[in-house]
Ligand binder design. Sequence first.
Ligand code: C2R
Length: 168
Amino acid sequence: MPLVGVVMGSKSDAEAMQSALDVLKELGIDYEVSVISAHRTPEKARQYGLAAQSRGIEVIIAAAGGAAHLPGVLASWTSLPVIGVPLANNELKGVDALYSIVQMPAGIPVACMAVGPAGAKNAGYLAAEILGLKYDEIRNAYEKYRNELQGEGHQGGEDDKQSQGDSK
Ligand code: C2R
């Protein structure tokens, strides 16, 4: 049974959201994918939000570009956590979607990720963190990933080299 509902505003968002799906898959988290738009298919958005929790969904990831009201509208119909992913798909390069998602007025929160591939990936990781509070196997898979990240020594290593060089 899917624990994460990944919702995107258009089929054209699928490529940008693939990395979120990859993260969920790597961590062994069941998910479902739906294309729903708050303005093109408003009734579908309402029904999705209202029914999500009773269908077993525990976290919603909502991705949209442009005037991205989808995450906020879904959040209005459910008290499940909604993670918004602003997509860069037009002349404004995602700033429009970022502002639409990040500036939710007080009362109904939406967690806003970064624009671009990092945001899509982090949506998957944040979903894992939330679900890990309840599911040991998800927490273990996520912590394994975090430990591996430390072992890889990513940018920390490069930064260290740089700062050593600078101090000479
Ligand atoms: P099309 O490529 O279908 O024209 O969509 C989608 O997320 C997509 O990035 C263009 C962009 O419109 C976005 N869209 C929204 C919403 N519905 C579709 N921002 C919404 O409800 O917020």
